[in-house]
Each structure stands twice: as C-alpha cells, then as structure tokens.
Design a protein around this ligand. Structure first.
Ligand SMILES: [Zn+2]
Length: 275
C-alpha cells in the first residue's frame, strides 16, 4: 500500500453542541468543514447529521439533502453512518440507505458505549448487509471489539461479498466498553481481518495518536475527526476538523504513505464514480 486513505468523521452523535460550539451541526457548517478537510487531504467523509435542534437525527429528507450537498460541493466519497445515536430504532437505521450514499457504516456487533448500549443484533447486521448489496452501497465494516471480526467472517461466509467485492474494515478503538486503543490490540485485530481486506483505524479520545501511528506502521488507513476526539493535545481543544486531517496527512506523508486522492480511493474501495 503506497498511500493512505484519510476519512474524516466531523460530527458523530455523541457530542452536544453547547459543550463543543465548533462542532459542525448545520448543513452549511458540515459542507464548509467537508471542503476544508478535502483540501487538507481527506478522501472520504463519515457523516452523522443533526436536526434543527442540533441533536442527532436520521430524518431521510435531511439525509438526502446532505448527500446531495456534499456531492455538489466536494468530490469526497460520502459515507453515512447507519449507527445513528444509540437510541435509534433499527427501522430508522435501515432507512438511512434510502438516501443512497456511496458508502455506509455496518457495525459488526453490540458494544457497551460508555453508559449506553450500541445494539447490533445478528439479524440486523444481515439485513443491513443485504440491503447495501441490493443498492450497490459499499459498506465500511465497523469493528469495536475483536469478536466482531469473527462476526464479519461469518457474515461474508454466509451472505457473500459486499457491493464492489472489496472488504474494508474500520477499527474503532478506545471506546469505553470496546477494545483498547493500543498497538498490541491493533496487531491482534489485524490477525483476524479477512485476507485481502483493507483497514482504517481510529482511536477515541486520548488513544487517537497511538492508534494513528500504529495503523500507519501496520499499513493501515486513518480516520480522524471531532466525532472521535475534541482534544488536539493536552489542554488544547480541536480548532476544527481540518486541523485533525492536516495532522493525519502530515504523519502519513512522514511515513512515506501520503494521502490518497479521491480518484485513487474510489477504485480501492470499489465505490463507483458517482459525480
Ligand atoms: Zn460514526
């Protein structure tokens, strides 16, 4: 692997706007952040949207408007989260696919998420995988713990390869309740990733930098963004998402694996040219 896919996750569903005033929550803020992140080296955007009250929503009309705006204003691969917030019902999470993004997240199991439970039953996973295949939406298989890689093998064995026929995994590390964000765990996860798959990794909070460096050293790709961390350094809040993307791009370039362009990422992930 000669280059690095940088995905930006600018918003998430966890942070409250009053606590993090620079979190992009309106469509205008999201598009502005997306453009800045693309210029800084991101090739894919992982999107959770917010309603007029700045709280997480899975409103289909709003999702469709978001996909359209990001396609019009950027060249980024647009990935919608099907995780929503931990309280969203399964039917609403499945309906996200009707907004027809290039890619969508597909989480491989249930995990304690701080004080909450992020529920992903086997039947739900199978339904999500199947509907993505029907719609030719490329999944990113989100892994919060090592056992979820066993679920991924079971899914691919029983239900076939995804659209694009390439498997891309995102290791989400350091969630309280999931796998720790450290190099040992990253290496353990790599042993269980399907042959031929590519992977990204992101470390939540203070595991952000160790996971980034471990992933680069292991030939992996990177996800960064304010969904995962709002702290840039000790005692220093993140200025904006582009600051995190720029740092990731700098590390990737120092590692002789500079950021991949969108045109390089689409064939890598099996995402069709949609623009
Ligand atoms: Zn997310």
């Amino acid at each position: 692997m000669t280059g690095t896919l940088i995905t930006v996750a600018p918003t998430g569903a966890e942070h409250a706007k009053p606590d993090v005033p620079n979190l992009p929550v309106t469509l205008e803020e999201l598009v502005a952040e997306a453009k800045a992140c693309e210029a800084a080296g991101a090739a894919m955007i992982h999107v959770h949207i917010r309603g007029a009250d700045a709280k997480p929503t899975l409103d289909l009309r709003r999702l469709e408007e978001t996909v359209a705006a990001l396609r019009a204003e950027t060249n980024l691969v647009v990935q919608l989260s099907t995780g929503g917030a931990v309280t969203d019902p399964e039917a609403d999470r499945l309906r996200v696919l009707d907004a027809m993004p290039d890619s969508a997240s597909c989480t491989m199991g249930t995990v304690n998420f701080g004080d909450d439970v992020f529920m992903n039953r086997w039947e739900f996973i199978v339904e999500l995988h199947g509907r993505m295949r029907e719609r030719r939406i490329v999944p990113e298989y989100e892994i919060f713990d090592l056992g979820q890689l066993a679920t991924l093998h079971r899914l691919l064995d029983q239900h076939g390869l995804p659209a694009g026929e390439h498997v891309h995994v995102d290791l989400v590390m350091g969630v309280p309740g999931g796998m720790p964000g450290d190099p040992e765990t990253l290496v353990a996860a790599l042993r269980a990733i399907p042959a031929g798959a590519t992977f990204s990794a992101t470390g939540i909070g203070r595991t952000s930098l160790p996971v980034m460096l471990a992933s680069l050293s292991a030939g992996g790709h990177l996800r960064v963004g304010m969904e995962d961390t709002v702290s840039f350094a000790r005692g220093q809040r993140v200025r904006d998402n582009a600051q995190l993307v720029a740092r990731a791009a700098e590390f990737a370039s120092l590692a002789q694996r500079p950021p991949l362009s969108v045109d390089e990422v689409r064939p890598l992930l099996g995402v069709a040219q949609s623009n």
